[in-house]
Design a protein around this ligand. Sequence first.
Ligand code: NAD
Ligand code: TYD
Length: 358
Amino acid sequence: MTEPCIIVTGGAGFIGANFIQQWIAAESAAVINLDKLTYAGNPESLRDIAAHPRYSFVHADIVDFDVVAALLAKCRPYAVVNFAAESHVDRSIHGPGDFVRTNMVGTFQLLEAVRGYWSVLSADAKKNFRFLHVSTDEVYGSLQAGDPPFTERTPYSPNSPYSASKAGSDHLVRAYHHTYGLPAITTNCSNNYGPYQFPEKLIPLIILNALAGKPLPVYGDGMNVRDWLYVGDHCTAIRLALARGRVGETYNIGGDNERTNIEVVRTVCKILDAQRPQAQPYASLITFVTDRPGHDRRYAIDATKSRAELGWRAAETFASGIAKTVRWYLDNPDWVQSVVTGAYRTWLEKNYRDRGGR
Ligand code: NAD
Ligand code: TYD
């Protein structure tokens, strides 16, 4: 008898690392983290649980069918949770190839390996198995002010290479359930924020630039809206979806926290003014820069179904979550140092060089 376990892919990334930490604290099954350790994967994010008896790490690529199939055969998980992805819209604009490779081909290869493993399980194990695919609200496209939030029935309309590649992966997951009966569930969540987020994304970028006295780049007019979800609340929703979700279903997860980007940036500045006062308010560093091509105007999630079927509730408001997040970056300079490498600086140069300050 092997001990009950799950496999998490992409567990060294932002959400995956938070998920694994929460899993170890809240659940009794073991967790195996399969991660390629791209620029976004950071073992430092898992330092606190690296030696835990219920945690293990496998350095591998989801595209590599043979490695994934062998791991499944050896560990015999009752669930696979797929976080592995290229996840940054701006990078997908500079180089979409990696997004197609990991998000589409990788999800396909992973599904094939999982299907092979699952199809020969005993009837009971087959019924209880879950493939949970973590996706994004960006697959639904862009809302205008006044449009109702995305529901699970909103048609897909992806606009960036990132969201198109995630949409492709979602369709494959759907097809594997519909065609082969694979017990799959997909979750589509809004923008996450919280500890361990790589500082190429808006909130940690703004915190670190502000602390370094650098410009705070706001794309376009700063009026694009995102629906911010605290990462711990997202991880709780995924655990509930695994335990209670109906197979073949999709669940939207959102924070009910729509904010314009400029509001978010000003909020971070205010918190820093209180926690790390400087001669000038941090907001004086705000710089409007050239917009992202094809920049989606607004995302917003209707999470009614997740609340009704999974019994999920977000524990954090935006005010409590953003205060915790800023505090975490202030309190964890070692983690910050571990990610602010030469490769990170090269990315900043590439993404912001030609944007200017409008
Ligand atoms: P991230 O970029 O921080 O981490 C991705 C992880 O996947 C990294 O550890 C990386 O090393 C790993 N990875 C990449 N390619 C791989 C491959 N081929 N094989 C194995 N591992 C690979 O991403 P995140 O923000 O933690 O997002 C996790 C998931 O949630 C993604 O699927 C993303 O699309 C989705 N999502 C994220 C957000 C958000 O706001 N961050 C919002 C909605 C959905
Ligand atoms: P981001 O964190 O990249 O997430 P996503 O593009 O997946 O929503 O960006 C969040 C919002 O912040 C998005 O509207 C783009 C904007 N943004 C800026 O204004 N400046 C920046 O430097 C970055 C990285 C993002």
